[in-house]
Design a protein around this ligand. Structure first.
Ligand code: SAM
Length: 267
């Protein structure tokens, strides 16, 4: 494969351990009529193992030099030379079938890519990707842990996530400073709810405060807030939650709290 000077600014840590590429391709569970999108194919370390699995593969790569290498190597491959964060996915994602998305993601924008895909959860079947282990741990964490937060709950809103395996720095050229993890999200839980997401964000922005304090900003007046927290119709679970912190609440708890507050504020 042709070589060029790798750009750190584009998160170009290319996979050199072929066994990792093979495993990611296997875990993606692609069958030949699946629509597949690969984000950041680089010069094809992973693409090579996706091509034999499906005829419907689209690659999205920002670096023109990598695009040229891929187009030369694989004449029938569809490679879009665009920025994944700028592309209108509505125009690319098929309407008749859910797509499988795969990628060894550029680490400087991994979270942004994940959030972008969550917005299209109804048109995506699964997302198998490699990211920094630390970020992966945040995705698959559970309540009451320090990794649990906005990202965990945003992903849970749309599906279920699991960590598949860790990958050491030696599997890449150049080796990154940190260990990586391969994560798979199955989009099987519903659509991303932006309002609920914003509600959760407010709670985590005041992570150390009790919910009774951090929910205040949702009310139009202190009278509304007071009448909510002293309402005789509040369920026992909501009363409990008011004494807890954001990290103690499950997604179901957040939904319950959000719906109850919304019924008062109307927002
Ligand atoms: N898939 C290859 C591999 O495993 O060897 C390359 C992975 S490398 C970690 C990330 C790739 O994402 C690079 O090829 C980089 O050029 C590309 N990339 C970086 N920013 C991007 C963006 N905004 N949109 C699309 N691709 C991007």
């Amino acid at each position: 494969m042709e070589k060029f000077k790798l750009k750190k600014s584009l998160g170009q840590n290319f996979l050199i351990d072929e066994s990792v590429s093979k495993r990611i391709a296997q875990f993606s569970e692609i069958s030949d009529d699946d629509y597949v999108i690969e984000i950041g194919p680089g010069t094809g370390a992973l693409t090579k193992y996706l091509i034999p699995k499906t005829k419907n593969l689209i690659c999205i790569e920002i670096d023109k030099r990598a695009v040229q290498v891929l187009r030369r190597e694989y004449q029938n491959l569809e490679v879009l030379n665009i920025d994944i964060l700028k592309v209108n996915l509505d125009e690319i994602l098929p309407r008749d079938k859910k797509v499988k998305v795969i990628g060894n993601l550029p680490y400087y924008i991994s979270s942004q890519i994940i959030f972008k895909l969550l917005e299209y959860s109804d048109r995506i079947d699964s997302f198998t990707f490699m990211i920094q282990r630390e970020l992966g741990n945040r995705i698959v964490s559970t309540p009451n842990s320090k990794e649990y937060g906005i990202l965990t709950l945003a992903v849970l809103m749309c599906g279920s996530a699991k960590k598949l395996f860790d990958v050491p720095p030696s599997a890449f050229n150049p080796p990154p400073k940190v260990t990586s993890s391969v994560i798979k999200i199955n989009f099987n839980n519903g659509e991303f709810d932006r309002k609920l997401h914003n509600f959760i964000k407010v709670a985590f922005n005041a992570r150390r405060k009790k919910l009774s304090n951090s929910i205040k900003s949702h009310f139009n007046s202190s009278e509304d807030y007071q009448s909510f927290i002293s309402s005789p119709t509040l369920s026992e679970r909501i009363k409990e939650m008011l004494n807890l912190r954001a990290e103690n609440l499950s997604l179901t708890d957040f939904k319950l709290l959000y719906e109850n507050i919304k019924s008062i504020t109307g927002e």
